[in-house]
Write a protein that binds this ligand. Structure first.
Ligand code: TRP
Length: 464
C-alpha cells in the first residue's frame, strides 16, 4: 500500500504557518476528541437527560447520533479536508460557481458566537468551582447546602461577569499560540485522566444506597415521556456534542492529513465521546436519587450533585478540585475549537491577522456574552420568547442553527458534490477500500438525514 502521500496540501494563498495541520494520526484523534468532549458531556448531557425523563431521552439521543450525527460529521470532515480552507471558502471552492452554499459557513459563524456566549459562562462556573474547591470545603451531601453555594455564584452579577471575562481572555491567549501546539499537547495528556476520574466517581456513585433507582432512571425507558420537543432536544444535543452543523468539524477537517482514515476517526471520536457522557450520567444519577436532588434541576444539576458524590470519599476535597480542573481542560479544548471558526474566517476572509481576529472575537464575546452572564441576576427578567438570553442562545444554536446546518451539509454532499467525489475523498483517493461504507453514508446523507432532521425540527418547533 502506498503510504507516501502524507504531507498536508495548502490551499492557494495560505501560508504554511496558519494552516500547519496536525502532526500525527493520534494528534488528529486527540484534537478532534478535544473539540467533541467538553461541557456538552459533563454538564449538558446529564442535565438534559435529567430534565427530559431519563432513559427515553437517552435512547432518542443515541439514534440521533447514529443516523444523523455520524454521517454529518463524516461529511463535514471530508469537505474540510478536501478544500483545506475555512468553512466559507471551503464551500465556495467545492460548490458550482454562484451557488450560495457558503452561507452554511456564515450561519456557522453566528452559531459560534451564540454558543460561545453561554458556553463561556458555564466554563466560568467551572473555573469558579476550581477556586472554591481550593479555598475550603464545599463538600456536602445536603441538597440545600450545595444548591445555596451554586446560586450564590450565579446570582452575583459581578462574579459572573469577571469569571467570564477571565475565561474569554484565557482562551484567546491560547489561540494566539496557534493550532498544533495549543490544542494537541494539552488534550492528549489530560483527557485520559478525566476519564479515570469519572470512572472513580462512577464506582463511588454505584455504591450509594439508591444506585439502582438512578440506573433505572438512566436505562429503563418510559416512552410516555418522549414528546416532539424531547426528540428535538435530543437531536440538538447530538449536534452539540459532536461539534457539528456549524463548520467546527469542517475547520478541523482542513487540518486532517491526507492519509487519515476519516470514517474510523469519526467512529472513534463518537464512541469515546459517548463513553464520557455515559460515565458522567452514571456518576450523577445514583447520587441524585440517594441524596434527594431533583433530576430536572436544569443547568445547576452537575454543580450541585458532584460535591455530594465527592463528600462520600476520603480525599474528596482534593479529588473534586482535580475533577473541576479537568472539566476546565475539557471545556477549554471545546471552546478553542468553537473560537477557531470565527477567527479563521476573519483571518482568511477579512484579511485580519490571526492576532487581530482573535482579539476582535474575544471583545465581541465579552459584549455578547454579558447578556448570558447576567441571565441569572441583573437580566433574569429580560426574556424573549419566554427565555432568558442564556436559554435563548442555547435553544436557537442547538435546536435550530446546528440542525439546519446539518440539513444543508447533507444536501450539499448528497445532491451537489455527488457520490464520485465523496467516495474518492473518503477513500483517500484510492488508498482505502471503503466503497460500501461510502455508499451507505452517502445515501444516509442524500435522503435519510436531511428529511429526518427537517421532520424533527418542524414537529419539535410546533409547525404541525
Ligand atoms: N462539543 C463540545 C462539547 O460537548 C462543544 C462544542 C465545541 C461545539 N465545538 C462545537 C458545539 C461546535 C457545537 C458546535 O462541549
Amino acid at each position: 500500500m502506498n503510504k507516501k502521500n502524507t504531507t498536508v496540501r495548502h490551499a492557494p494563498g495560505l501560508t504554511g504557518l496558519s494552516r500547519a495541520g496536525f502532526s500525527s494520526g493520534f494528534g488528529v484523534l486527540a484534537a478532534t476528541l478535544g473539540s467533541a468532549v467538553g461541557l456538552g458531556n459533563i454538564w449538558k448531557f446529564p442535565y438534559l437527560t435529567g430534565a427530559n425523563g431519563g432513559a427515553g431521552f437517552l435512547l432518542v439521543y443515541l439514534l440521533a447520533t447514529l443516523l444523523i450525527g455520524l454521517p454529518v460529521m463524516i461529511a463535514e470532515i471530508t469537505l474540510g479536508r478536501q478544500a483545506k480552507a475555512n468553512p466559507i471558502s471551503a464551500l465556495q471552492a467545492l460548490a458550482p460557481k454562484g451557488q450560495p452554499w457558503w452561507l452554511i459557513g456564515a450561519a456557522g459563524m453566528l452559531a459560534a458566537f451564540l454558543i460561545l456566549s453561554f458556553y463561556s459562562e458555564v466554563v466560568a462556573w467551572v473555573f469558579a468551582y476550581v477556586v472554591k474547591a481550593m479555598r475550603g470545603s464545599i463538600l456536602s451531601s445536603d441538597p440545600r447546602v450545595t444548591e445555596a453555594a451554586f446560586s450564590a455564584l450565579i446570582s452575583d452579577p459581578l462574579q459572573s461577569l469577571l469569571w467570564q471575562w477571565g475565561v474569554l481572555v484565557f482562551i484567546g491567549s491560547i489561540l494566539l499560540l496557534g493550532v498544533t501546539k495549543g490544542i494537541e499537547a494539552m488534550t492528549k495528556k489530560l483527557l485520559p485522566v478525566l476519564f479515570l476520574l469519572l470512572l472513580l466517581l462512577c464506582v463511588v456513585s454505584l455504591s450509594l444506597d439508591k444506585a439502582a433507582e438512578g440506573l433505572a432512571f438512566l436505562f429503563k425507558p418510559d416512552f410516555s415521556k418522549i414528546s416532539a420537543s424531547v426528540v428535538l432536544t435530543a437531536m440538538g444535543l447530538a449536534f452539540f456534542k459532536l461539534s457539528i452543523g456549524m463548520g467546527t468539524m469542517m475547520t478541523y477537517g482542513s487540518y486532517f492529513r491526507d492519509d487519515q482514515n476519516i470514517p474510523l476517526t469519526t467512529l472513534r471520536v463518537m464512541s469515546a465521546d459517548l463513553c464520557v457522557s455515559m460515565l458522567a450520567g452514571i456518576a450523577i444519577f445514583p447520587a441524585v436519587f440517594t441524596f434527594g436532588f431533583a433530576p430536572a434541576a436544569g443547568p445547576a444539576l452537575v454543580f450541585i450533585t458532584i460535591p455530594a458524590v465527592f463528600s462520600q470519599i476520603p480525599l474528596g476535597q482534593g479529588l473534586m478540585l482535580a475533577f473541576f480542573l479537568l472539566a476546565a481542560v475539557a471545556a477549554t479544548g471545546a471552546m478553542l475549537s468553537l473560537m477557531e471558526v470565527p477567527v479563521v474566517i476573519l483571518h482568511e476572509r477579512f484579511g485580519l491577522s490571526r492576532a487581530r481576529a482573535t482579539v476582535f472575537t474575544v471583545l465581541l464575546l465579552i459584549l455578547l456574552g454579558a447578556s448570558c452572564a447576567l441571565s441569572n441576576s441583573a437580566l433574569a427578567d429580560f426574556k424573549l420568547f419566554g427565555l432568558t438570553m442564556f436559554d435563548l442562545f442555547d435553544f436557537v444554536s442547538s435546536n435550530i442553527i446546528l440542525p439546519a446546518g446539518g440539513i444543508f451539509i447533507a444536501l450539499f454532499v448528497g445532491w451537489v458534490w455527488g457520490f464520485k467525489k465523496f467516495r474518492l475523498a473518503l477513500g483517500n483517493h484510492g488508498q482505502l477500500h471503503n466503497e460500501k461504507l461510502a455508499r451507505a453514508v452517502f445515501y444516509l446523507l442524500r435522503c435519510v438525514s436531511p428529511l429526518l432532521i427537517l421532520i424533527v425540527m418542524l414537529k419539535g418547533l410546533n409547525f404541525f
